[in-house]
Design a protein around this ligand. Structure first.
Ligand SMILES: CC(C)(COP(=O)(O)OP(=O)(O)OC[C@H]1O[C@@H](n2cnc3c(N)ncnc32)[C@H](O)[C@@H]1OP(=O)(O)O)[C@@H](O)C(=O)NCCC(=O)NCCS
Length: 184
């Protein structure tokens, strides 16, 4: 049976697997995978597991929504413990990781929380993405968080269609990133 539940530490590797599933071919696959996990996954499941939810199929996490509830809490820890892990990589990696939350910083007063969502392809278009974000929204509302945002690549028509369907508002485009937000 497929259902949404809170993240559990046993989901760690399956969430990482799902995150890496979004990666296409790379010239240095090992470094690319490490970079993606450092930049888009590990902080959330290691530092704020209570703000993460998974799509569960028979005990296996096959999708997730992961969240940092307060940008000012996220940023110093991310910079000190995660961004620094990219220092042995080519400079463009560090640059990308260090600018990956420029829009989250700019809009942190209205939207203190930010999220990342990913579901394995065979589970798409069945309403599970909506169930994941609704579980997260209920959770954030219960904690008094007033808004949540995300950025999506300008060419990601699936992601953009999804956020529009569920009522996210367009905030701003910066370079290739489009920001959407939801007031809670
Ligand atoms: C975005 C994502 C989480 C949506 O999950 P989902 O379970 O398919 O979403 P739901 O079934 O709840 O909602 C589906 C809606 O998303 C949008 N959508 C889904 N696939 C789409 C596509 N190929 N093109 C345009 N819109 C699409 C539509 O609005 C769709 O509604 P509809 O089926 O009524 O037309 C999932 O597609 C995913 O993990 N994609 C890869 C990662 C990603 O793009 N993440 C977001 C950007 S960071």
């Amino acid at each position: 049976m497929v259902s949404v539940r809170k993240y559990d530490p046993k989901d760690y590797e399956n969430v990482q697997f799902a995150c890496l599933n979004s990666e296409g071919p790379a010239t240095d696959p090992e470094q690319t995978q490490r970079f993606v996990l450092i930049t888009f996954c590990n902080y959330y499941i290691e530092k704020e597991p209570e703000n993460c939810f998974v799509l569960d199929d028979d005990g296996r996490a096959v999708g997730y929504v992961i969240c940092a509830e307060n940008y000012d809490k996220f940023k110093p820890v991310f910079d000190a413990e995660y961004l620094t892990q990219t220092l042995d990589m080519p400079p463009h990696r560090y640059e990308w990781a260090s600018t990956s939350t420029v829009l989250q910083e700019k809009y942190k007063e209205e939207y203190p929380a930010h999220l990342h969502i990913y579901i394995l392809p065979e589970y798409h278009r069945k309403g599970y993405g909506g169930q994941l974000i609704n579980a997260l929204f209920d959770h954030l509302r219960s904690k008094g968080v007033k808004g949540v945002m995300l950025t999506v690549g300008e060419r990601n028509s699936t992601g953009i269609g999804f956020y529009k369907k569920y009522g996210f508002e367009f905030i701003e485009q910066w370079k290739d990133d489009v920001a959407f937000g939801m007031k809670l």
